[in-house]
Design a protein around this ligand. Structure first.
Ligand code: ZN
Length: 421
C-alpha cells in the first residue's frame, strides 16, 4: 500500500500533513510542483508498512527515497535497526525532500512490554541533522476511536468484511458475539447482512496495522436467513464483568457454543468447500467441520473430560461430560491437549483438527449426546439457558442500547455503497 501525501492526523504539530499530492495531477505539472516544493523546503511524506522481506534499501526505495547515508544508518544504529526486527507491519512515515534525501522517518509499532501492547505503542523517530542522523524512541498511548461498518454476505463473511475495511479480529469478534445464535461455519447465507460499531485503535491518529492491535466490538446487528439478531457489549459497573447482551438484556453467553471451532479466515474458507446437504447430523450422528490440520478445537461448554485417547474409527478423540447428562465428542484429532478427569471451560482448547481414525481428510467430527442419545448440536446451542441482566443494571443498559441503536442505523446506511444487487 503506497499513498503519496498521506499524513497522519497527528496531535503534535511536527507531524501534521505538509502537502497533499493528488494522483490526477497532469505529468507536465509534476516537475513544476516539485520545484516549488523544493524551493519551500517542504517534505513529501509517504506512508508504508514494513514487510518481512524488507531491507533498508528496499524500504527507502518503496517510500520514494534514495539516500545511502540513511540506509547505512538504518543498518547500523541499534535503535534504527529495530525497524527491521521482530514482526512486519510496522507503520512507516518517511519524509524526503524533492531529491529523495531523507529528512525524517517516523516508525510506529507495538509497545515493547507485552502488558502495554493493548494500550500503548512505540514511536521511533529518525531525524536528519546536517549529514548526521539521530534516533530516539518513545512509548505513547494508543487512542480508541469509534468506527462503523456494514456489509452483505456474497461469498464469505471475510470477503464482506474486507469490502467494508473491517479488521479480521473484529470479524472474528462478530462471529463470537453471535456464536450462540448462528453457526458461522455452516449457516451463513448469501444476502445475510450485518452492521457493527467497534473501537478502532489509532497511533497518532492513524488506525494501527499490526496484528493484535484491534479494539473491541461494541455492538452489532446480524440478519441471518431472514432473522435479525442484535447484541451490545456491556460492562456491569457493579461487578466489573463485561459480556455481550441482546437488546432485550439477555446475555449472549449460553451454556453451549454453536460451534466447536472459532470462526476464522482459515476455517471459513475451508468450510465453503463442503456441501451443506452432505453435512446433516442424521447421516452419521454428528456434524463434520472441514478445517486444516492443526486448527484449534474448543469445548462448547463447561465440563469434565471423560475420554481423551484413541478409539477405532474416531482416531484421537475427546469426550466431555456436561451438566444434565449431556456430553460432546470431538473426533479425528491430530493432537489432544487435555487429560481424562480434567475440568474444562467453555471455549477452552482441547485439541487440534486432524485426520486420525477413519477420516478421508482433515476434519472435525462433532457429536452432542443427551442421556447417551445423539441430538442435533445446533438445536442444543439455541435451546440452552441464557443469563439475564440484573435489575440494578437495567437503566444503564437501556441507555447503552439506545445510543448503539442510533450508531447501528448510521452504520447500515454505509452498506450499499459497494452493493451490486
Ligand atoms: Zn463425521
Amino acid at each position: 500500500m503506497t499513498a503519496f501525501g498521506i499524513a497522519p492526523l497527528a496531535p503534535d504539530a511536527a507531524e501534521l500533513p505538509r502537502r497533499t499530492l493528488v494522483e490526477t495531477v497532469p505529468m507536465a505539472d509534476i516537475s513544476a510542483q516539485l520545484d516549488e516544493l523544493a524551493s519551500h523546503a517542504i517534505g513529501l511524506t509517504r506512508a508504508e508498512a514494513t514487510r518481512s522481506s524488507d531491507t533498508p534499501d528496499s524500504l527507502l526505495k518503496r517510500a520514494g527515497a534514495f539516500d545511502p547515508a540513511a540506509a547505512a544508518f538504518l543498518r547500523t544504529d541499534p535503535l534504527a535497526r529495530r525497524v527491521f526486527q521482530g514482526r512486519a507491519g510496522k507503520m512507516v512515515h518517511l519524509t524526503a525532500d524533492a531529491s529523495g534525501q531523507v529528512q525524517k522517518i517516523v516508525v510506529r509499532f507495538p509497545a515493547e512490554k507485552v502488558e502495554q501492547q493493548g494500550s500503548h505503542f512505540t514511536r521511533l523517530t529518525i531525524a536528519r541533522d546536517g549529514a548526521q542522523f539521530s534516533a530516539r524512541t518513545e512509548t505513547a498511548p494508543l487512542q480508541a476511536q469509534v468506527a462503523l461498518g456494514s456489509g452483505t454476505i456474497r461469498s464469505s463473511l471475510f470477503a464482506a468484511t474486507d469490502d467494508a475495511n473491517i479488521p479480521d479480529a473484529i470479524a472474528s469478534q462478530m462471529a463470537d458475539m453471535f456464536s450462540g445464535d448462528i453457526d458461522f461455519h455452516r449457516e451463513l447465507r448469501k444476502g445475510d447482512r450485518f452492521s457493527i460499531v467497534y473501537e478502532m485503535l489509532t497511533a497518532d491518529g492513524e488506525p494501527i496495522t499490526w496484528d493484535g492491535g484491534v479494539g473491541r466490538l461494541l455492538a452489532g446487528e446480524f440478519t441471518n436467513n431472514g432473522k435479525t439478531y442484535s447484541a451490545v457489549y456491556f460492562k456491569d459497573s457493579a461487578t466489573g464483568k463485561a459480556s455481550f447482551y441482546g437488546f432485550d438484556g439477555q446475555s449472549k453467553r449460553r451454556a453451549f457454543l454453536s460451534s466447536p471451532m472459532e470462526f476464522s479466515r482459515i476455517t471459513s474458507g475451508f468450510a465453503m468447500r463442503f456441501h451443506p446437504i452432505m453435512q446433516t447430523w442424521r447421516q452419521h450422528n454428528g456434524v463434520d467441520y472441514g478445517a486444516p490440520t492443526g486448527t484449534a478445537v474448543r469445548s462448547v461448554g463447561d465440563g469434565t473430560v471423560e475420554v481423551a485417547g484413541w478409539q477405532n474409527g474416531f482416531g484421537n478423540v475427546v469426550q466431555v461430560r456436561h451438566s444434565g447428562d449431556r456430553s460432546t465428542v470431538y473426533a479425528h484429532l491430530s493432537k489432544i491437549d487435555v487429560k481424562k478427569g480434567q475440568r474444562v471451560e467453555q471455549g477452552q482448547r482441547i485439541g487440534a483438527v486432524g485426520s486420525t481414525g477413519w477420516a478421508t481428510g482433515p476434519h472435525l467430527h462433532f457429536e452432542f449426546r443427551v442421556g447417551g442419545r445423539h441430538v442435533d448440536p445446533r438445536a442444543i446451542a439455541r435451546a440452552s439457558e441464557a443469563v439475564t441482566l440484573p435489575n440494578y443494571a437495567k437503566a444503564q443498559f437501556q441507555q447503552t442500547v439506545a445510543s448503539v441503536k442510533t450508531q447501528l442505523a448510521v452504520a447500515e446506511t454505509m452498506d450499499g455503497v459497494s452493493a451490486a444487487d
